[in-house]
Design a protein around this ligand. Structure first.
Ligand SMILES: [Zn+2]
Length: 246
């Protein structure tokens, strides 16, 4: 699904637009011209459907250089190994969560707890993936004509990243599960969801000026995206907590 001249939505589950497997996060494709990148991989239970969507948009797999992961929760990173296998792309993830992915560590990514809570099927397995580059704050990833800046945005979980770039006069933010449409957030009762880190991440994103706002679930905004971040920031600036998704 084409969102703008350079952004496509190629995967999305029940917490989004029902394009692919119901447990997929939004999987975005960035068209940088001679190079492409994916943002997040989905859960890995219907990777073929995501690949079909990429093909249907007319893109060839060999141009896809990178898979950028916002974080290693299963709905975002479970398909990483299959994507790498199918596309031959490099897998990029935060240095704080790289070992979770390399080891397929279901405890570290709270999948064990997620299964008990009924969010994931009991028989689902988080597939380990090679990691080609570990990312941290300020790193730049070149995808054709796009210079994508890495922002550390922990709080939702350890090693959560956001990706920011400007192109054709518009600023773009992929913020994973940090802030959603309407300024909502996703606090969970898990060991690495840390409120104070979350607040700091919201304040950091509030300093941006985002046009195209592309979170990991629910609706995105193709202009004036900063307003969603500002809504979350207003809540934290009053010593409150923004409304939670669950
Ligand atoms: Zn998450």
């Amino acid at each position: 699904m084409k969102l703008t001249d350079i952004i496509y939505l190629v995967g999305s589950g029940a917490f989004g637009f029902d394009l692919t497997h119901n447990l997929d996060c939004h999987v975005y494709l960035i068209n940088g011209g001679n190079e492409l990148a994916l943002v997040d991989a989905g859960i890995g239970l219907a990777t073929d459907e995501i690949l079909e969507n990429i093909k249907a948009e007319g893109f060839s797999f060999d141009k896809i250089k990178y898979l950028l992961l916002t974080h290693t929760h299963a709905d975002h990173a479970g398909g990483a190994a299959q994507m790498k296998q199918a596309l031959g792309c490099d897998v990029l993830v935060s240095k704080d969560s790289a070992d979770f992915l390399r080891n397929g560590d279901e405890d570290a990514i709270n999948l064990t707890f997620g299964k008990q809570a009924g969010f994931y099927p009991e028989d689902y397995r988080f597939e380990p993936s090679e990691v080609d580059r570990e990312l941290s704050e300020g790193d730049i990833i070149s995808v054709g004509g796009c210079q994508i800046k890495v922002l550390d945005t922990p709080g939702h979980c350890f090693g959560h990243l956001s990706f920011y770039f400007e192109s054709e006069g518009k600023s773009h933010l992929f913020d994973g599960d940090c802030i959603f449409w309407g300024g909502r957030i996703l606090l969970q009762n898990i060991y690495d969801c840390i409120l104070q880190d979350y607040v700091d991440s919201i304040k950091k994103l509030a300093e941006l000026s985002v046009d195209v706002f592309l979170p990991g679930h629910l609706t995105f905004s193709l202009k004036d995206g900063q307003r969603h971040i500002d809504e979350a920031a207003q809540a934290v600036n009053k010593l409150g907590v923004p409304p939670n998704l669950i």
